[in-house]
Design a protein around this ligand. Structure first.
Ligand code: AMP
Ligand code: ZN
Length: 114
């Protein structure tokens, strides 16, 4: 989608700090990090949210999680732990409607409902 922010990052039209790329997935550092490590893992293909990814291409959900696992390991947090979040829809706080997996690590991560 021409006007989609994350499609533009995938296409290299907007700069981002890339930490992983492969045939299906691109990962880059969040511009407003909520933890010492905060990476967004996105499919190259445009889907509005992870539910749409799951419906169209379930294996791609696995590819996103596998990439996040590899990045957590590369950043030194596979043993200490990390959190993966898919905000899905407005009530979950989704603001960018190109599916993305948040990888958070590097501090004590408390669970909140807000
Ligand atoms: P969400 O609220 O789940 O839709 O998450 C969107 C995330 O995208 C937020 O954490 C933003 O900080 C992040 N974000 C927005 N614009 C950019 C950008 N240009 N580069 C990297 N991350 C971004
Ligand atoms: Zn997109």
């Amino acid at each position: 989608m021409a006007e989609c922010l994350f499609c533009m990052i995938v296409a290299g039209k907007i700069p981002a700090t890339l930490v992983h790329t492969d045939d299906e997935v691109v990962a880059f550092r969040d511009i407003n990090p909520q933890a010492p490590v905060h990476v967004l893992v996105v499919p190259r293909a445009h889907y509005a949210n992870v539910g749409e990814v799951a419906a169209a291409d379930p294996a791609l959900v696995g590819a996103l999680v596998s990439a996040a696992k590899s990045i957590a390991a590369a950043e030194g947090h596979e043993g200490s732990g990390y959190r993966l979040i898919f905000n899905t829809g407005a009530d979950a706080g989704q603001t960018v409607f190109h599916a993305h997996l948040h990888l958070l690590a590097g501090t004590g991560l408390r669970m909140t409902m807000a």
